[in-house]
Design a protein around this ligand. Structure first.
Ligand code: HEM
Ligand code: HEM
Length: 185
């Protein structure tokens, strides 16, 4: 696999991780939203929550790999024609926020389960608690996790619409840089 960005496209690892994590994040949101369809304490509701936790933790581990690749794969591929300065700045801020979401949300989730004294399941393993039991603090972090989850919807929505706007309206190479197998236009 190509580990280095070219002048016109992200490297294959970054591209694969970007789209794999999109699917994962959709599943993380879907599991926690769909739990509402089932009564409290029922098996399907507990299963959906468990999948929310395990897939959410997968996001955390994969984003660490993604950040490592990001900082070792050379300069970000250029957009043609180049963005005006304020747009480039805004994109940078949005990307930092998205990375913050992918690191912060799972860590907060892990912390909620730890502070609630609950097990932290991960595909047959049980991960260690990050802190000792403190139900009041768990409540606070849960509120933050829920609010940040809503902010995440908006952030991802704006990010995706911006990408499509650049591709179909401005017709620059913003999106094709992040697509597999497509050459720079
Ligand atoms: C990308 C990662 C994650 C995202 C985007 C995310 C998002 C969300 C959202 C939107 C909710 C529902 C809030 C509501 O009902 O209003 C939620 C609830 C919750 N999440 Fe996450 N989450 C992530 C990762 C995790 C992880 C890794 C854990 C634990 C290991 C976790 C634990 C929880 C818990 C305990 C709740 C409350 C569930 C309940 O009481 O029914 N989350 N999360
Ligand atoms: C349909 C959904 C999505 C589309 C169309 C999309 C499209 C893109 C495009 C075109 C880029 C390159 C933009 C640029 O360099 O300015 C990009 C970068 C990025 N995307 Fe997405 N994306 C989507 C979903 C997501 C999701 C769900 C996340 C994470 C929560 C995410 C996180 C990122 C990050 C962090 C970058 C910056 C990469 C870097 O340079 O380090 N994207 N996305």
């Amino acid at each position: 696999m190509n580990w280095q960005n070219t002048s016109g496209r992200y490297n294959a690892v970054s591209i694969s991780l970007h789209w794999l994590m999109l699917v994962l994040i959709i599943a993380v949101y879907a599991c926690i939203e769909l739990r509402e369809l089932y009564p409290k304490g029922s098996d399907p509701r507990e299963a959906l929550k468990m999948w929310h936790f395990m897939l959410g933790l997968s996001v955390l581990f994969l984003v660490l790999l993604r950040l490592f690749v990001r900082f070792t794969s050379g300069a970000t591929p250029a957009i043609t024609p180049p963005l005006v300065k304020w747009q480039a700045m805004l994109a940078k801020v949005a990307h930092i926020a998205l990375y913050g979401l992918m690191v912060g949300m799972p860590l907060a989730g892990w912390l909620i389960l730890s502070l609630s004294g609950k097990p932290i399941p991960f595909f047959g393993l049980e991960l260690p608690a990050l802190a000792s039991e403190n139900k009041d603090l768990a409540k606070v972090i849960k509120e933050i996790h829920e609010t940040a989850g809503t902010v995440g919807y908006v952030l991802i929505g704006v990010h995706a619409v911006a990408a499509l706007f650049h591709h179909y309206i401005l017709r620059d190479t913003t999106l094709s840089r992040m697509l597999p197998g497509k050459r720079r236009r």
